[in-house]
Each structure stands twice: as structure tokens, then as C-alpha cells.
Design a protein around this ligand. Sequence first.
Ligand code: M6R
Length: 613
Amino acid sequence: MCGIVGYIGKADAASFLINGLRRLEYRGDDSAGLAVMEDGRIAVAKSPGKVSTLSDRARAEWPADRFERATTGIAHTRWATHGPPTEVNAHPHLDRSGAIALVHNGIIENYRGLRARLEAKGHLFLSETDTEVLAHLIGDCDKGDVFQAVCHALHQVEGTFGIAVLTAREPGKIIAARRGSPIVIGVGEGETIVASDASAILAHTQRVIYLDDNDIAIVSADSVDIRDLNNVPVIREIAELGIDAAAAEKDGYEHFMLKEIHEQPHSLANAIRGRLDFNLGSAVLSGMGTSARELAELGRVVLVGCGTSLHAGLVGEYAFEDLADLHAEVQQAAEFRYRNPILGSRDLVVAISQSGETADTLAAVREARQKGAFVMSLCNVVGSTIARETGRGVYLHAGPEISVASTKAFTCQVAVLLMMALKLGRGRRFCRDEGIRLAREIERIPQFVEEVIRLDEPIAAIAESYAMTEHAFFIGRGPMFPVALEGALKVKEISYIHAEGYHAAELKHGPIALLEKDTPVIAIACDIPGKDKTLGNIEECRARGARILGLITDGDQEAAAHMDDAIAIPRCHPLVATIPAAVALQLFAYHLARHRGCEIDQPRNLAKSVTVE
Ligand code: M6R
């Protein structure tokens, strides 16, 4: 909900920054500000309200030639957390010398203690924000080298940050850093852009560098020097955004949903990047904010969410039990909030929400906190209410998801849950070598998904032959059971086909009565434990005339022999395989809906974010 843009180059920085802020406005904001470097001094303009108000104010109050002469600056759209959306609380914030300006996304959790310490040293604060405390802390640490001062300050803060820092003492630089809040650097010709979201960059350059957690970058117009917080250089490759800015927002895809399905190798790489530790065979998820001891003492994990996020939680349940030997359960958030859940301080409640705004999930978070559980969130939208209220958790970094039908958020949710289970599992159950093996499999998820996306055309052809059905059943076992539920949800919400997901063993306890000749049964029969039983259930359906579309493991001729049609996904760890399997079903659902001529991105009766009970 907050946005950062920084610019250093040859253009009019103020105009550039204002345009960049406009591209971030979709996040929602309540105030904005910018700081530019002019003649070795920092000039600041801030305003409550929209970016247009800030623009009007800067143009009215600043000398006109500032727009021509200033070529370096930082800017921010704020969605108020610490203090109301007033001019004084808007970013950028200055240190006490006025020579350092800072914009910040995230929350400095220990800002009260830091503020008290700085006040005792004579610092005066103008705002109620945590960010101003960080600006002062950097100034307090500055002994002549601002980069070192930023490192020193960041070592002392707890919480999350994506920051951009401007200093009058070194006017040809912006310093950017991140922990838990994204920062992407656009590398242009003689100009460099720092942003919290690639949408502020893509009109200017396709070449970007994604900072990892605890990276700190010294950015000039023609260089990007990245270190860790101990000043050790780190190498981050320049990536191509791969988005054609001219092709409007859909980037040339017919629908956002298809675009978002195809984005998944990239969004998964973002979700995984920097979070696997191949030395320890574990995962690095600093946003969880938990010590090894706290993790070791956990007695139970409760995953709460709604819709697709609930299904991701169901996959997580298998992961926590299998990998971490930890009792895990999933609860629909609306049910959880009213059922008087029994919780204690050894229970970890993980709220899963793409938007971070779902009313029932938010209420579940509040209920869990009230009962003294250890609460964290797994959200996609940075700065969303659930992310802020939980104060700790892991962001998905899937990028904006615009289609109502959730796709890339689901696969990133599962990937992050697997990494959480890996981290917990290493502390509780398995050895380093086992951890490394699993980390290597997780690292390959984007590649596995890429392989499924290459099947887009054959899947479209299969979908066409099922498009006129009125009913469909999805079945699976183990971690593929929730994938079956998710596959059915995708089909019903965008194609309006009546689709139901069942545990493969459950059909014969009732639903099998509905099978008729050619009723589609989409069976997830990948080569994982339980496959033979699923093949048996498939035969029960075939005996009643059902038409079977199987999701099988590539090369599994035995399973293929049971199917009328088959989609093969890459062979991988059974939990990891849930992700490519889900992607295959997303493509199937998408093409079913397309063949039926449905309004795919905005299905009837649905909203992207459900903020009412
Ligand atoms: O933003 P959330 O993840 O909390 O949203 C939860 C559900 O509303 C959402 O997943 C919904 O089920 C999707 N439209 C399904 O594609």
C-alpha cells in the first residue's frame, strides 16, 4: 500500500518521481512526498492526499528551475500506519541535520525503544512515524560515511524495510536496502531507478536487479554496487523484466489470468529467491521473526484462510506434518473466528491471504492474537492490513494479481509454506543432507512450472473437448487432495461449470452416484505415495462410464493406461509436485472458460478482495 520511487540520472527528477508515484497509486495511499537534491541541499515537498495534490503543491511552491536542475531524488506514497496521514507524517523524513532524507516501506518494530534512546541523546522528532526514527538513527550513526551509517543503523532495527536514502554529503548516490519489503532497481542508460514495484520502472527500462533481504545497494546514475549489511559485496544478476510496457497492462495476453499463469516461473523465483540456505539445508525467512528456540518449542501450527488461500493452507498441513513432525491443522477463517478455537502460546497461527484484506482472515488473526497464539501472516500485498496487524510473516512477492481467479498467489503460497516447513523441519526432524536435498527441489520449482506452461497448447486442446460439460469431479489423495479442491474451484469460478473436488477415496461414499456416461473426472494420479489407490478409484469411475482426464507424472506409462486423456507433469518431490499440478489445472480451467466464452478476469458475482463477512 506504500510505494517507493527513487531516481538518479539526467532527467527532471521531480517530474519523473511524480509520474512514478502515479504508477504506484493502485496500491492505495493517503499522502505522498518527494525529496530532490539541488545544489548540494535536499528540498522536500509533502502533502496529504493524492499524488496529484503533491504535484500541484510542488509546482506551486518550488522554483520552476528546480524541476529542470534537480536530477536526483526519492519519493513515496504512504498508507498511514504510525500516525495519521498528515503532511508531517508523510515521507521523506529527514535526520536532525537535514542532510539525510529517507523513504521507507515496512515497519520498524522496535522504533519506540530506538526513539527513546535517541531522544535521550537530544534528538527531536516531528512526526509519529517509525520511519523518522530510522532517519535519525542513520544520522546518529553517520561518522562521515553514509553507507556505513545505513548499515550500522539497519543492524539495530527489527522489523521490515525497503528504503531509499538521499544524502546531501554524497549527492551522486542513492542508498537502497531491503528486508522483507521489496526493492527493485531499474538499470537504464545513464539513469537508475529504485522502486518498491516494477510498475514504476517498466516504462523506462526492462533491465532490473531484485535486491534480496539484507542487501544494501549504492546506486549512482551508471552503477549499482550491492553489499550485505556487513559490507561484503554480493552479486545480483541483472534480469529482464520481460514485460512489454507498450502492450498495456495485460502485456499482450488476452486475459490477466493467462498472463498471471504464465508469470509463475518468475513469481515463484521471486518468492524463493534468497530464502534457501544451501549450507544449512534450511530456509531463511527473516520476516517470521522467530528464534530457533521458539520454533523448537512450537506444539502446533494452525493455518487459516479462505478460498484459494485455504487450499494452499491444506497443502501446508501435509508439509508441516511430513517435514516438520508438527501437528498441523487448517481452519476456514470464518469458522475459526466464531468457534472458540483453543489456542495457547505454543501454537503458531499462520494467516494466509493474497490480498491481506479478507475480512474473515483478518478477524481470525485478531482472535488468535487475543488468545495469545504466536501469529504470523503469509500475504502477497505488501503493507496490507493482515500483514501489518500480524507484524511478522512472509511476503509472497508474487507481484500484483489482478485476475479475480487466484493463480500465481496460490503457487507462491505453497512454495513459501514448503520453505516454512523446511525451516521448521530442520530444527526438529531431519538432518542437513536431507534439508539440502529438499532445498534443491524447492529451488527447481520455477523450472518444473516452466515445463507445465510449455503444455499450454495441448492443454487448451484437451479443454476444448470438455468445454460443453455441465458437471466435473476432481479427485486426489494426500497433498494432491487440496490441489483437486483448488482445480475444482478454478473451474467453477471462471467457467461456471459445476465442479466438485473430493478425496479420491470419498467418491464411493456418495458422490459416485452422480457419475454418468462421459461425466468428466479429473484425477490427480501423479507418481507419489497413494497413486495405486487412486488408480483403483479411477477404475471405479471408469466402470460407471466416466471420462478420465489424468494428471500423471511424466513417463508413467502405467498411470497413462488408466486415462482417456492425460497431462504429464515433471517428476519431483510429492509436496513440490503440488505446484506444477496446480498450474496444469489452472491452464485447464482457463481454456475451458475461454472455449465457453466466459468473462474470465471478472467472473459474475465475485470480487478480488472480500472485505465483508
Ligand atoms: O486475498 P485472499 O487470499 O484472502 O482471498 C481469499 C479468497 O477470497 C480468494 O482466494 C478467492 O477464493 C479466489 N478468487 C479464488 O480464485
